[in-house]
Ligand binder design. Structure first.
Ligand code: ZN
Length: 329
């Protein structure tokens, strides 16, 4: 699929994950990291089962969901990061360290998504199998922020076809720990991969309802670069405006220019962006005669909470796409 995304528009999105870990120190893509961490601690308190099943500990909900689908009845899979938790800033609690060190297998996204967990993965890897499921994806498919040579955008799950390519790595990782169940893992993996590829086609079909000139996703978050590339949607980020400092007029103008030029009817933001920033974008557009409203909430770096209709990877993608189509068509 041809990518209509211009490099100039992509850059601020793609570099954000690395910026977050390295430079902004809490601003940007994340919400209040401490609050989220507390929520994760509460949701991850259940004990790992000792029923002869493999004990798998995963970082994000998306990775855990994939592992559950592949492992089936042969493993218990626990996610460290609950709904609303920002993986870029997540620091493992003492309880997490205990779970990780008791796990038979640790699965994480990789590509520096879990920016604060590098040291613990390195330590764990001396004693336990620790697998970054996105680490061996084809380099040609990865987005490379030009500002950060050698680094890749880690948000690979936003391209369902690309995400489906991580299934094989999970099948292999599980089979290495439980060779007797290899056939079951392979079967489950094949079935799930089929669902992911069907989802990929569904996204293409749904987005076709949006006229081409209006296929512009304006969002605060860095996560949608792969979505834009795979599904021919321009992604325009407010990212780079710090959540702690005043909005940059230059960024607001840049985003407003696109909204007005393309007559974009809705923009998508996250609660991490101050209301005044959103209002400034709306005002900048209104002053030029373009009304723009706030689209629905998109889930990006974490699955939705129970009852959200976005509790699994498949339903999260469907939720996001429905919100986007509803607001832009
Ligand atoms: Zn992110």
């Amino acid at each position: 699929m041809k990518n209509t995304l211009s490099k100039a528009l992509l850059a601020p999105l793609a570099l954000a994950p690395i910026v977050l870990a390295a430079a902004l120190g809490g601003a940007g893509c994340s919400q209040d990291a401490r609050a989220r961490k507390t929520a994760a601690g509460q949701s991850a308190r259940s004990s790992i089962s000792a029923t002869g099943k493999l004990r798998v500990v995963a970082t994000t909900g998306m990775v855990a969901d994939l592992a559950r689908r592949v492992a089936g009845e042969h493993a218990t899979v626990e996610a460290l990061m609950g709904p609303g938790v920002d993986p870029h800033l997540y620091k493992p609690t003492a309880g997490d360290v205990g779970k990780l060190s008791r796990a038979d297998l640790v699965l994480y996204n990789g590509l520096h998504l879990e920016g604060k967990m590098g040291q613990i993965f390195a330590r764990l890897a001396r004693r336990r199998p620790v697998v970054a499921i996105a680490a061996k994806l084809p380099k040609a498919r990865l987005l490379s922020p030009p500002e950060y040579p050698g680094a890749h955008d880690p948000h690979v799950w936003f391209d369902a076809e690309l995400w489906s390519r991580t299934v094989a790595r999970v099948v292999e990782a599980l089979a290495e720990q439980r060779p007797a169940s290899r056939a079951a893992f392979a079967r489950n993996g094949e079935a799930y991969r089929g669902e992911l590829l069907a989802l990929d086609r569904w996204v293409v079909e749904q987005l076709a309802a949006i006229p081409k000139r209006r296929r512009v996703l304006v969002t605060a978050h860095d996560a949608f670069g792969y979505f834009g590339k795979r599904y021919a949607v321009e992604v325009v980020g407010l990212q780079g405006i710090s959540t702690t400092s005043k909005a940059s007029l230059k960024d607001i103008k840049r985003v407003a220019d696109v909204i007005v030029a393309r007559k974009v009817p809705a923009i998508f933001v996250e609660s991490s962006v101050p209301r005044r920033t959103v209002e400034a974008v709306q005002a900048a557009c209104a002053s030029r005669g373009q009304a723009v409203r706030i689209g629905g909430e998109l889930y990006s770096d974490a699955l939705g909470p129970r009852g959200s209709g976005a509790e699994t990877y498949l339903t999260m993608v469907r939720h996001n796409v429905r919100q986007i189509v509803e607001a832009l068509r």
